[in-house]
Design a protein around this ligand. Sequence first.
Ligand code: ZN
Length: 225
Amino acid sequence: MTDQNKLTDLKKSAKQLARGSRIAHHEALDAIAVACGQSHWNSLTSAFENGWRPSKENETAVRALLEGGAEGQIPLDSEETHRGEIDGHPYELTLGFDYVLLGENGWCIHLGHAPSEPPTIEKYKACPIDDPAILGRALSIAKEAADRVRARISSDWPRRSTKPDAQGRVVHPLWENKELASQWFCLHCDAAISGKQLAENMWHCPECSATPIDIFSSPFWKEAS
Ligand SMILES: [Zn+2]
């Protein structure tokens, strides 16, 4: 296993933890970092750049964390991996439950579930995506894969969650309560969001990219208790 794959694996573990434990992705990244003896994710990545690598004990701690948050956890075999080449430069493309990773040693493009969330591009050395033409091709391959991941997720959702009715009303894709509403609210950033915007953005907040579990039909957190 190469060094770079170790960082990619930690990111995959964070995705899996976020999904399994229903916590925000950034919280999951921090939890993984703590399991690796770092104070938070940013300190883990800076340590990584300075040569730190997860030890066997760190990897065991990460596995224990994932098993602890196993409820509703996605099986690893829900991932699909392809290998390809762009102008002779090899890459690996991973389609996860709700994310896409495309990269090779030294570089990585990550796309999440929300169409509003810009791709994250990471480079650790001079690499093929320094060439804008190759980066463009890599981004379009990753985006096409992300569209497939999104289509797969929304195929399990009620039709009314992705297609507003004549009054612009939609139902939440995950809540049992199938209440129709045209106006929704983000618990994370307080944004008021239309049903149409949510349908177009896979139920992620268009302002802060919070996940569907942060979206509610009333801002109950603002109500006087
Ligand atoms: Zn938000």
